[in-house]
Write a protein of this length. Structure first.
Length: 216
């Protein structure tokens, strides 16, 4: 491809880019909330655009906007690393008569925002939010990268990291509920549920601190 002259964007143009991404993020979250779980893969792509730092001169959109390194809402309750149980601190479990049990993002269940705290970006982005039976852990940063880069967000890899591939299996956390005398697994894709909850944290934080970034 022919080399073409590049012109640096102005701060106002970057702000418009950020506003576009946040508008798209809200649209995808609305679609997810209407029952289209698979759109979580597109949510991952936007989260990657907002936060990911690449090699060389590549910078995240939030860093270019000068607001990445703030404190972000942390809806995680933290993990019990020493326990021999699997858990994901970004979701809740719900049982509904006639529908069974499902994992759900915390933001789609009853929650008290006052129970959450804020964390500075490095801690928030790299803190463990998933722990499995084999003591494997995943951070927000890792899950976003896996979904966006390898699992159909922006790219599909033929081979997946073994630990992440296991995370994708049905009822990865292994929790069951009892119904009519039998044990039934909870449903819901853990990695996509996490995308929705992280998006909630991001949108809540930015709406409270930078309302001017939202057109609606």
């Amino acid at each position: 491809m022919k080399n073409r002259k590049k012109i640096t964007k102005t701060s106002e143009e970057i702000k418009v880019d950020l506003m576009d991404q946040l508008e798209l993020l809200e649209m995808h979250c609305k679609t997810y909330d209407e029952g289209n779980e698979v759109v979580g893969k597109h949510i991952a792509v936007i989260l990657r655009t907002l936060f990911h730092e690449g090699s060389g001169r590549s910078r995240s959109l939030l860093r270019l906007s000068g607001i990445r390194d703030i404190s972000w809402l942390d809806s995680s309750h933290g993990l019990h690393i020493d326990n021999n149980i699997s858990e994901c601190s970004l979701l809740l479990m719900r049982i509904t008569n006639g529908k069974g049990g499902e994992y759900r993002p915390k933001c789609l269940s009853d929650y008290n925002i006052d129970d959450y705290r804020y964390r500075l970006f490095p801690d928030w982005w790299s803190m463990p939010v998933i722990l499995d039976d084999d003591k494997n852990i995943f951070t927000r940063s890792e899950i976003v990268a896996y979904v966006a880069d390898t699992d159909g967000g922006a790219h599909v890899d033929v081979e997946l990291d073994e630990e992440y591939k296991n995370l994708r299996r049905p009822n990865y956390l292994g929790w069951n509920y009892f119904q009519n005398g039998s044990s039934e697994p909870f449903s819901g894709k853990i990695e996509l549920i996490c995308m929705r909850q992280i998006a909630f944290e991001v949108l809540y934080t930015l709406r409270n601190k930078y309302k001017e970034l939202f057109r609606k």
